[in-house]
Write a protein that binds this ligand. Structure first.
Ligand SMILES: C[S@@+](CC[C@H](N)C(=O)[O-])C[C@H]1O[C@@H](n2cnc3c(N)ncnc32)[C@H](O)[C@@H]1O
Length: 282
């Protein structure tokens, strides 16, 4: 039998269920038709669910409904044994269920070696695919909104490449920086203003250029780099520009400080779950 054109999820399905499902097919068209049929037959779907910034009340109605009925829930963590933040946000919803879902934490270590990371993304995508093709309602959780610096972006690429028949639906979530703006009573941009989002723990050489053209800059990823960012901003923006720093937004330990570029003290943000917003003074 020639499997060369058949979607990997069909093969995986056979492997998991021990059922031989692929009849002998003569043409590519037959195989594609069969693969499409299997896709519906296997109900292979993954929901990537944005869990918001930390307050369980900032979860969409759709996400809540999925969390109340999911069979398998995957949640990312950066270290073996370290509780997933996304999972901790939705815990109250899961604990209120009569029947507990099958919860599995997937480790995504904070490494920069793309080769090692690629192997990890693949392995994690394989594990998710195994759950999806078994027909169980499967979710993958993300902090905030899935489209912003989420581990899901890497998994999604792997799934598209290796398991194209798995249908992926993304359920948006409240992003950390919009939740922060609400809590700080801060308007981010208006009229013709331009905003940029910058991850602070990478090469900051581009911050100067960004600061020249933007009215508002949101810095995500790791408050321990904010001091370096502030030094660069002091060269590029008026020193009476408003700057706000926050940590653990929408959680019990939320800290927010609003000041100016001249006076700012970045020490209130001393961990990864921090963000900073600067608004150019006019
Ligand atoms: C991997 S990114 C994920 C961003 C997320 N998808 C979102 O919509 O905000 C993680 C970074 O988001 C920011 N972040 C997410 N949730 C936060 C919160 N509740 N409080 C402060 N920062 C948060 C921090 O900058 C953190 O380092």
């Amino acid at each position: 039998m020639n499997h060369c054109y058949v979607d990997k999820s069909v093969l995986l399905y056979e492997q998991i269920t021990n059922k031989r499902t692929i009849p002998s097919m003569s043409s590519y068209a037959d195989q594609v038709k069969y693969s499409q049929h299997k896709k519906m037959d296997m109900n292979s779907k993954l929901y990537c669910v944005g869990c918001g910034p930390g307050d369980p009340e900032l979860i969409t109605v759709k996400a809540k409904r999925l969390l109340e009925s999911a069979d398998v829930i995957f949640a990312p963590t950066s270290k073996e044994g370290k509780e997933s933040i996304a999972l901790s946000i939705v815990k109250p919803i899961l604990e209120a269920r009569e029947e507990r879902p099958d919860i599995r934490e997937l480790v995504f270590p904070m490494l920069k070696d793309r080769g090692v990371l690629k192997d990890i993304w693949r392995r994690n995508a394989d594990e998710i695919a195994r759950a999806c093709v078994s027909g169980r309602l499967t979710l993958y959780l993300c902090v905030g909104d899935p489209s912003l610096y989420s581990t899901f972006s890497y998994l999604h690429k792997e799934l598209k490449e290796r398991y194209p028949s798995i249908d992926v639906e993304i359920v948006p979530g409240v992003a950390s920086f919009t939740s922060f703006a609400s809590n700080a009573r801060m308007n981010l941009v208006e009229g013709e203003q331009i905003m940029a989002i910058v991850p602070a723990c990478y090469d900051l050489a581009r911050v100067k250029d960004v600061a020249k053209v933007c009215d508002t800059i949101v810095f995500l990823k790791d408050g321990r780099y904010f001091n370096d960012v502030v030094s660069i901003l002091r060269d590029s923006m008026p020193d009476n520009s408003q700057i706000a720093i926050a940590q653990d937004v929408a959680g019990d330990e939320e800290r927010i400080s609003i000041t100016t570029l001249r006076e700012v003290d970045t020490s209130i943000a001393d961990k990864y779950f921090s963000l900073m917003v600067v608004k150019r003074a006019r």
